[in-house]
Design a protein around this ligand. Structure first.
Ligand code: NDP
Length: 257
């Protein structure tokens, strides 16, 4: 796997800590030879990211802010990438948000504002980022987002985020059709539950981990590295015939009734 994405310029959005799925993706892509560009939202995440990069001896080609709630911020981020890097070959979208108080209890209690916010940050952002990234993907490319089974099935407490993930996965398919003619593929990885900062916001998260250990075919939980390697597959030529796909990296849990 050492040169699967050698020399490719890949943008990673969503490292907030060592536990972030985007950090697992970072280590996989780094080992496979990619040039990495990072975006972050909060200053705190910037601090964590730079420390992690130092600790693991990974050199970032560029680190820039990008708040996907703002069109201007997305435009500025991709303009900076264009100016300082030029052509890009991949984007890893690993970003989501919903109000914590709506990640428990009944979905029926979701507020209008909370519904719109979850969709804006967790689904529309992929659309806006794809549009901006396309301009820099003049040699073709690959865009990968991170989703979860709560889009397909009712998973207790996941609520509005499940509905936003359904929108995200449908967006993957529509964007795959749009982007295909430019040689750009769009796919999603649907990871099993992994303990991260965002996961902590979902009520009863620890119970989900226990269910996987008991019921999933592989009888164990997945980790960030496994999601990272699946994302690497989508970033590399190994997946050149695949677009519009949602690949489950969940120890097979989704096949169990
Ligand atoms: P993290 O909390 O580590 O990462 C979430 C990231 O989203 C953070 O880097 C955060 O940045 C970013 N983010 C939130 N709002 C915005 C915004 N407005 N603009 C830009 N970035 C923003 O959690 P995960 O690694 O778990 O989450 C990454 C993705 O993986 C999400 O899409 C999540 O739904 C998905 N996923 C997670 C699973 C899990 O069990 N953990 C399972 C399946 C999918 P900042 O902190 O700087 O605000």
């Amino acid at each position: 796997m050492s040169n699967l994405v050698e020399g490719k310029n890949i943008v990673i959005m969503g490292v907030a800590s060592e536990r972030s799925i985007a950090w697992g993706v970072t280590t996989s892509l780094h080992k496979a030879g990619a040039n990495l560009i990072f975006t972050y939202r909060q200053e705190r995440s910037y601090g964590k990211l730079t420390k992690l990069l130092d600790k693991h001896n990974i050199e970032a080609k560029l680190i820039i802010p990008c708040d996907v709630a703002s069109d201007e911020s997305i435009t500025n981020a991709f303009n900076s990438i264009k100016e300082k890097i030029g052509v890009i070959h991949g984007v890893v979208h690993s970003v989501a948000f919903a109000n914590r108080e709506e990640l428990k209890g009944e979905y029926a209690n979701t507020s209008r504002e909370g519904f719109l916010l979850a969709h804006e940050i967790s689904a529309f952002s992929l659309v806006a980022v794809t549009k901006a990234a396309k301009e820099l993907m003049t040699e073709g490319g690959s865009i990968v987002t991170q989703t979860y089974l709560g889009s397909e099935r009712v998973i207790q407490n996941y609520n509005i985020m499940g509905v936003a993930k359904a929108s995200l996965e449908a967006s993957v398919r529509y964007l795959a059709e749009d982007m295909g003619k430019y040689g750009i593929r769009v796919n999603a990885v649907s990871a099993g539950p992994i303990r991260t900062l965002s996961a902590k916001g979902v009520s009863g998260f620890n119970e989900k981990l226990g269910v996987i250990e008991k019921k999933a075919p592989l009888r164990r939980n997945v980790d960030q590295d496994q999601v990272g390697d699946a994302t690497l597959f989508f970033m590399s030529e190994l997946s050149r015939g695949v677009t519009g796909e949602v690949l489950h990296v969940d120890s097979g849990y989704h096949i169990i009734g």
